[in-house]
Design a protein. Structure first.
Length: 74
């Protein structure tokens, strides 16, 4: 019995999974617009208070830091 029939390779599965939006569980998303914007090929979150556009590719730590320290409009 072969397991390769009808199954995708790990690489193609990873590629497909990266295109699926993840559920937004962090409370920091309350401070950002619901929809991400596409800027120069990158998806970015937009701050509701000052309009800053921040990368979300590596998680929400940058978003959290912006709200806590950098956003002067809060």
């Amino acid at each position: 019995m072969s397991t390769s029939e009808g199954s995708e390779s790990v690489d193609s599965m990873d590629e497909n999974m990266s295109q699926v939006p993840h559920a937004r569980r962090s409370k920091v998303w309350e401070h950002y617009e619901v929809d991400l914007v596409l800027v120069d090929g990158d998806l970015k979150a937009v701050c509701k208070y000052c309009g800053a556009q921040l990368h979300t590719k590596f998680g929400t730590s940058r978003l959290r830091t912006h709200i806590a320290e950098a956003c002067r409009s809060i």
